[in-house]
Write a new protein. Sequence first.
Lengths: 326, 315, 326
Amino acid sequence: MLAFLIKRVFQALIVMFVISIISFSIQDNLGDPLRELVGQSVSEEERQQLRDKMGLNDPFLVQYIRFAGKALQGDLGTSYFFKEPALQVILRKLPATLELVFGATLIIVSLSVPLGVFAAIKPQHIASKIIMGISTVGISVPVFLTAIGLIYLFSIHLGWMPSYGRGETFKITENWDTALLTADGLHHLILPSVALASIMLPLFIRLIRSEMMEVLQSEYVKFAWAKGISPRRVYFLHALKNTMLPVITVGGVQIGTMVAYTILTETVFQWPGMGFLFLEAVNRVDTPLIVAYLIVVGAIFVITNTIVDLIYGMVNPTVKLVGGKS
Amino acid sequence: MNTAVKTQKAPGRLQQFKSSHFWHSFKQDKVAQVSFGVLIIAVVLALLAPLIAPYNPYDLAQIDIMDSEIPPSWESSGDERFWLGTDIQGRDMWSTILYGTRISLTIGVCAVLLQAFLGIVIGLTAGYLGGRIDSFLMRMADIQLSFSTLMVAIIVLAVFQASFGSELYQELAMLMLILVIGIAEWPQYARTIRASVLAEKEKEYVDAARVIGLPTPRIMFRHILPNTLSPILVISTVQIANAIISEASLSFLGLGMPVSQPSLGSLISSGFEVILSGSWWITVIPGVVLIVIVLVMNLLGDWLRDVLNPKLYKG
Amino acid sequence: MSLLTVNNLEVRFALRQGDVIALRDINFSLQRGERLGVVGESGAGKSVLGFSIINLISRPGYIAQGEVAFEGRNLATLSAEAMRSVRGNRIAMIFQDPMMTLNPVLSIGEQMTECLLAHRKISKEEARNIALQRLKQVQIPSPEHRLDQYPHELSGGMRQRIVIAIALLLDPDLIIADEPTTALDVTIQAEIMSLMLELCETNNVALMLITHDLGVVSEVTQRTMVMYAGRIVESGPTRKIINHAQHPYTQGLINALPQMTTPGQRLNQIRGSMPSLQDVPSGCAFRPRCDFAMPVCEQQIPDLYQAGDCKVACHLLNKKDKEQQS
């Protein structure tokens, strides 16, 4: 366990280092912090003096170390637009995005496994053919179109669902509010979660089905049948546990895609999360915010990938989480 | 003598194709036939867009702002001149969609060509040479994959847009989209090619080629590559579909094609601004076109995978 | 009453091009404690026969007609639930490749006890004790430790011992072993085979040994059945078959054994190869490879004639018989 954690932390450090370099290069090349600070009215000489004073004329490495040092203390600069620490602005929007991801993940996990397994066990059943047909259409519809379609049908046409925003939220602390604790907030969460899940769900159904069908052909499943154990045990223990190994791996890879899709979903639903904020920051050339977003997203990648690896290790006995010979 | 052999060979090829499993299964699969037909129509329409389109959406002289947001001609307030209506700027939707499809397909195909080129070269190198180079390249592929294409594309394009300013960016948009989508997805090809190469490498003909002293690149390109064509064909179909979705998503976010030169994604994006006021056609019609194109490519991809992968028929 | 009686069994595979017959006119019986060898080249239908007895032919195969009477019950028409109580319990199976037979993600203990728990109302504790006892019987070192291990931690020979232990768990009446030693190292093959022989003898278990190895058959079994292209071509006491093979195919198999060849000479291979099930030749399926083929062989499928202690399906012997009678 310890060896695994050390290895994992080491990898995480490398990834974060790369992200910080990228972030820093962006900050270095994008926009002029001076202009944001002092405006146009200052003379060229004064500008140079200010640049020297701020360390903007220092060598790249010195500037990077200063940037990294500050970043480690949680200082990623001040947002030009919000006039607040960038990290604080991002973190305030984090709960909204996490809730959206949570809602979508709930839908994906609770539906993909039963539907995929059913389609694998009974491939000739009419319901399986319907599931697979809808899934193929599902992976062909971009998230933003699903989102627009949902708004058009349920908000504009039927008027059942709110079309934008997060609704009423419950403040847990000054910078942390949640929509999960109010009925209105949950009501607002439904459509965006469905939209975000819409492309991942069919992807996972198809993946689980094809992996499961392959596993069902294996010798060990045949042997399990020959032992006379119950079909439920054969399908849901012997076959499903092996099916989940590649599915978990793909799940880890898809986390990045999921974050990207939150940007699309949040844009369509004007969901006040990180993705929406990021696009606004890009349009306003608010560099510190862009950098803060990258670093927070990078941290989320690293954390979730570690969790995915841990889960994989728990399911697959050939991966040794415990240190020692392997 | 020589010509006789040649003339015999030509019909032989055709005959061979006609009796193949591939053609046989195509003849029996209605879904594959329809998908292929729809795709061909879409490609032909896109190629011939300048000839078919009644208006040129890039020619400002042909656009009248007074014509904006006219519904399709079958609606009560429609206009005979524009059978699919007009968009916010008063452009004919039919013409704009034809040109938009052309742009979407071009970006999709070019990006995938770039992916395939990078992926094939890297995959062949990794698979054939093995050892340290192999593990390094595959490690790179893993890392690249874990940052999703769309995420990388959004960040790269956002940063470029912010630093170039949107005007210069608009001119370079198409090239940037092709480059970003093309570069970000190489691991898909590289991994598949590598796996096939490892399988092919075991076979005797590769040993034979090495024994008679053929140079390494020649063995790779002339002997191994042709045997990895089926997986390439299968992923290419799906990859083009994915590239088109990525392009549309980026354009929807305002990071892709500009409204003055719209792809299907940017058309949908511009329509979304007015969908609440009832102008549904600007979003819905290009949306349907986009979905249909991507869907038929995915269906063809599924069919190809079933046909070219005999493993599924072991029963 | 025989333990197992197979009558007129016919197995087909439903392919797109139409049905293909994998087994036909299969008739044989097996007594309690008797050991029967089923011999033939790959593709002869030996494995299909083994699986069709426990009604576990993988799709698209199915039993088209015939009867598999086990202790008086016809297994071919038994309900799924009733069949399940026979599998692993009264009839156990041992598969070819121990590397593929055990589920990689479940512990050895889990894979052993689940079989006991499926068929007997006992506690997990008791099941574990029985499992432990069986592991001792198959001479596995430090058996307590093995129960918590996973298949990848064990060698091939060790895994096959565990598969044998699983087969013995519920004191079955019949064990069907499908090429149990083919995938193992030569040195381990003999060990495993003698272990199986010993266990079958001490527990009075009937054994159906499916193999292509005539040497193994002659060491272990009392009776032998030779199969070719989905039919039985010769059956009788093992010693008779080995020493006085009557069917040209059996003779060919025996002559092809390396010990039947003078050192330095070429092996006496049977020319040609087994036909695929899709194009079995008319008449006697072995005819194209047979040195003694006659015109009648092309027109008529030979029946199994009684020839001494043996039964042989060959026109040649039938002719000899008739000549002797007249």
